[in-house]
Design a protein around this ligand. Structure first.
Ligand code: AMP
Length: 139
């Protein structure tokens, strides 16, 4: 079954599309956190960033890069929070990769990305060294 975002790509359900090219599309979030809240997606359906092929990832980032200033300028935002909920446990509800571009305004009452986490882990230096080495070996 195709995702709700694939249905937008196919024109089966309406959306306020603000940019489209061969491989990506951007449209307004239907339940915006701020005026101008925009989603950028690959047209093909991939559940998580981990599943996106390199060439599509390049296109996806190019569209994010294009849309951030367009969104900020259109609503006269002071800044933007740009983020992916990558996986269900991270809050991803629609299983089709999407980048949120959320306009931010001075005094808007929102928090930084750091506000998403629960209790911070207390990690010793050797644990941090092991984690860094493990990530580096997989990159
Ligand atoms: P996430 O929790 O990261 O999966 O975010 C999904 C986002 O998709 C939410 O911000 C929703 O408001 C938005 N959304 C869901 N359905 C639609 C739709 N039909 N058109 C536009 N945005 C949608």
């Amino acid at each position: 079954m195709s995702t709700i975002f694939s249905q937008i790509v196919e024109g089966e359900i309406p959306a306020r599309i603000v940019y489209e090219d061969e491989t990506t599309i951007a449209f307004l979030d239907a339940n915006p956190l701020a005026p101008g809240h925009t989603l950028v997606i690959p047209k093909d359906e991939y559940e998580r960033l981990n599943d996106v092929p390199e060439d599509v990832a390049t296109d996806l980032y190019a569209t994010v890069h294009r849309m951030v200033p367009a969104v900020e300028e259109s609503v006269d935002a002071d800044a933007t929070t740009v983020a992916f909920n990558n996986g269900e446990e991270a809050g991803q509800e629609v299983p089709h990769v999407h980048c949120h571009i959320v306009p931010r305004f001075e005094g808007d009452g929102g928090g930084p990305i750091h506000a998403i986490a629960g209790d911070r882990p207390d990690l010793a230096d050797d644990e941090l060294d092991d984690i860094a080495a493990d990530i580096e070996s997989r990159a």
